[in-house]
Design a binder for this molecule. Structure first.
Ligand code: NAD
Length: 258
């Protein structure tokens, strides 16, 4: 029960990594708000956690909308009490060349990953201050340190490191920590399926053995990361065990960024 008594709001909570965090945090005693733009998937995760004896709530949220953030934080506090953990997972990607990346794609990537996290931090910080402290965990990527040639994704994932460090400095006086977890290739719908926020075709999906092999060849540990392995890193940073850890970038990538 490493998170006993804590309340967590998890964006992208219906997705591969967010749902793994929601399940693990609930097992460790936290009440969890599963915040996602996809209501059906969000409710499924919530039903599963509640059926297993946890405490979970579906929070409809488009992270790019400030007014929805205000409602989400108010709902979390009204239902479960003081909000002390925020996990910003929501992200987007379009795997096209620099030439083919449109202004619309650029904006969706930047607004989901970067503006979404910025708005989330601004909405949650006053609640955490009222609670006497908190932990914010953002999501990076291999692209945070090895930026690749995808303009929006590289800019958003390098930018989130700056946002994380700025928040860590700004809120340390309020006992609010802010850290980044940078995953490698994680087996989730983000790189396997095709969704509006992350379209994949046969060339880019890990269902394609050649694409999978390329990703494994770039990972010294030689396998995909499982969403649960990312959730354990989030658990540490969310817990009081990490009480003096702030502004860091914890890479959970099997060596893929080396
Ligand atoms: N899977 C990987 O290999 C990998 C690696 C590194 C980093 N990441 C990052 O992890 C994050 C999510 O990853 P995942 O692998 O769990 O993906 P996923 O596609 O399984 O889940 C993403 C979730 O975010 C939600 N979402 C999208 N736009 C939203 C919005 N505007 N508001 C609220 N929710 C929104 C989707 O509905 C979905 O449930 C992204 O930021 C991505 O960049 C993924």
């Amino acid at each position: 029960m490493r998170l006993a008594g804590k309340v967590a709001l998890i964006t992208g909570g219906a997705g591969g990594m967010g749902s793994a965090q929601a399940r693990l945090f609930a097992q460790e005693g936290a009440a969890v708000c599963v915040a996602d733009i996809h209501a059906g998937n969000g409710r499924r995760v919530v039903d599963e956690i509640n059926a297993a004896g946890g405490r979970a709530l579906h929070t409809p949220l488009d992270v790019t909308r400030a007014e929805q953030w205000a409602e989400a934080v108010a709902q979390a506090e009204a239902t479960f009490g003081s909000l002390t953990i925020l996990c910003n997972n929501a992200g987007a990607n379009f795997r096209v060349s620099f030439d083919d990346q449109t202004e619309e794609m650029w904006h969706l990537i930047m607004e989901t990953a970067l503006t979404g996290a910025f708005l989330g931090i601004k909405a949650a910080a006053p609640a955490m201050r009222r609670a006497g402290g908190g932990s914010i965990i953002n999501i990076g990527s291999i692209a945070t340190t090895r930026c690749g040639d995808n303009p929006g994704y590289a800019a958003s994932k390098v930018g989130i490191l700056g946002l994380t460090r700025a928040a860590a400095r700004a809120y340390a006086k309020d006992n609010i920590r802010c850290n980044l977890v940078s995953p490698g290739h994680v087996d989730t719908p983000f790189i396997r399926g095709s969704q509006p926020h992350s379209p994949n075709d046969w060339n880019t999906s890990i269902d394609n053995p050649e694409n999978l092999q390329r990703r494994l060849a770039g990972t010294p540990m030689g396998r995909l990361v499982q969403p649960e392995e990312i959730a354990y890193a989030y658990l540490f940073l969310a817990s009081d065990e990490a009480g003096m850890v702030t502004g860091t970038n914890l890479q959970v990538d099997g060596g893929a960024s080396l």
